[in-house]
Design a protein around this ligand. Sequence first.
Ligand SMILES: *Cc1c(COP(=O)(O)O)cnc(C)c1O
Length: 421
Amino acid sequence: MTHQLFPTAALVRGPHGLALEGVALADIAAHQGTPTFVYSLAEIRRAYGAWRDALAGRDALVCYAVKANSNLGVLSAFARMGAGFDIVSGGELARVLAAGGEAGKVVFSGVGKSEVEMRQTLSAGIGCFNIESPSEVARLDAIARELGTRAPVALRVNPDVDARTHPYISTGLKNNKFGIAFDDAFDLYRDAAARPGLRVVGIACHIGSQLLDPTPMADATTKVLELVDRLAAAGIALEHIDLGGGVGIRYRDETPPTIAEYLAPILARLEGRREALHFEPGRSLVGNAGVLLTRVEYLKHGETMNFAVVDAAMNDLARPALYDAWHEVVEVAPHGEPQTYEVVGPICESGDFLAHERPLAVAEGDLLAILSAGAYGMTMSSNYNTRGRAAEVIVDGNAMHVVRERESVESLFALESRLPE
Ligand SMILES: *Cc1c(COP(=O)(O)O)cnc(C)c1O
């Protein structure tokens, strides 16, 4: 097995330090400042191509999970490649449409769809609502009738398989808030099929994120197919099967399956089926396309630990603080002898770290790249400590496109006001 140095081939060490595709990260820092998220268009295209190739010749739709990275530049890249989109809010639909995506290729997931969101997405003509509760069935039916239409629906079933991933990102077990209990799904399908405001079109299943083994999802597929066949026998014929997202990526030393390897046991169980296939990958499409570029403000040498205080923080990249997630940290241009550092941000929280105990050859003012930051980076960022959010840049060969300007401080309180005198 070839083990490339970095988790993406788009990241290379060139004569001017680390570069993403043909653009030196130092040039991006010089033009845009830091912290800045930088994404490789080539890596996004390669990742989407892996899904498309593995599904070639099938009636399949890859719906990019917008919550992983919802920047309009990123979404426009997927729209141009013909992707569908998996959204979890009305706001995400607005982004998809603004980026040039097709409403008909949108699936709407999530346990808490509001009435306003249902009206908005139904009027826009989205492809499918993935329903997660009996109350949602009733609400969507009522709204669709009021609008004089029929809402296309799939039930998101919970197959009760253990995805064997982090508990916060595991969603397919009985005791969590997602999906409809497997044993309740049949009756709820009958209820939905009898409602004039609904058109039952599919079934959906998503068991968790950062999956490194396809077996749980293949087992879930088998359970889903049994239900599809029982429904068909009862006169409810489904048009598509949505097998969610969740494929893991390499952050450190994980060996995730390739997309073809992940899909092989799943597709084997779908042999001879006539239903169309939907998938909802997020992380595996953008995670390794992005780095967070940050500058070392201070080096602090303590009695037992050294700290590299950088200008990115937990508000920019929450995953280390939230999940104790590992992100590789690499010098853009190494400097001197390596020492072991805690890489921390300027925020007033002990949880504000980006990495623990990393050997880094750095001086104050140097740039660091935090790898695998393309998914659940910017989208989970906040303005904590009144920090404007990072800029975002997409590189395409030798070109760089600023796809989000750095937030100004004024914009952070533009919606606020002082008390009346
Ligand atoms: C978050 C989510 C996804 C995407 O998960 P990834 O791990 O990023 O691939 C897909 N479908 C649903 C319903 C989700 O909640």
